[in-house]
Write a protein that binds this ligand. Structure first.
Ligand SMILES: *Cc1c(COP(=O)(O)O)cnc(C)c1O
Length: 214
């Protein structure tokens, strides 16, 4: 096996273990390989190993790297996981299949204006951090209502827990919010905590460093 194939197999095995202990079907968990700052060759090695969902955090970087890869691997799905400026909504709608970072009315309006907006996860500021993206908990219900009233498809909720805290309580809180608001998808979990996220109900995990060489 190539190194990329070994890393991918290890992450998949860990997902399978977490699913077994939570009595979940691994088919209900999508692994997104976050390939920001990774080269075309590194990405290609993972595609050759069978990975199909990839995430990027900047529109320009995705525009530089992915059109060529997509021509060769048309069944790849591309996820926008980083902060998205409203003036780049059109470009993002062309490049990405899913957006994980819908977090404010101006961005919703910009995406709703596009002929075809990708399905969007609403990012929640789960740790109530000033510097972090995400909708405030206090206005989440209203914001979800406005997404549902728009042409943009609501894919689920997404969050990045505060880095200095244990992640599990934040994953549990996000899962609870999704249940309460009747939202199906849960985008949560990164390299250091994706197994916990899967045990707490993640339907889509965003894993970078565990899948790529340092
Ligand atoms: C970089 C990034 C990830 C992946 O982080 P790792 O710790 O490398 O797995 C996941 N989600 C978002 C939003 C990111 O920017």
């Amino acid at each position: 096996m190539t190194d990329a194939a070994t890393r991918l197999a290890n992450v998949r095995a860990e997902i399978a273990r977490a699913c077994r202990s939570a009595r979940r079907d691994p088919a209900d968990v999508t692994l997104v390989a976050v390939s920001k700052r990774r080269s075309g060759e590194e990405i290609e090695a993972l595609i050759e190993a069978g990975q199909r969902d990839f995430g990027e955090s900047r529109v320009q970087e995705a525009a530089d790297k992915w059109p060529a890869l997509r021509l060769r691997f048309p069944d790849v799905r591309l996820h926008m996981v980083g902060r998205l400026q409203s003036n780049k909504a059109g470009h993002a709608a062309e490049l990405f299949d899913v957006i994980h970072s819908l977090d404010r009315p101006s961005l919703l309006a910009a995406l709703a204006n596009e002929e075809a907006s990708p399905p969007c996860f609403v990012q929640v500021n789960i740790g109530v951090e000033d510097q972090k993206g995400g909708v405030d908990l206090a206005i989440l219900a209203d914001f979800l209502e406005s997404v549902r009233a728009s042409p943009v498809e609501l894919a689920g909720l997404m969050a990045i827990p505060p880095s200095e805290h244990e992640a599990a309580p934040y994953f549990a809180l996000l899962a609870d919010l999704a249940r309460r608001h009747g939202v199906a998808g849960l985008s949560m979990g990164m390299s250091s905590d994706y197994a916990q996220a899967v045990m707490l109900g993640a339907t889509i995990i965003r894993v970078g460093s565990a899948l790529f060489e340092d």
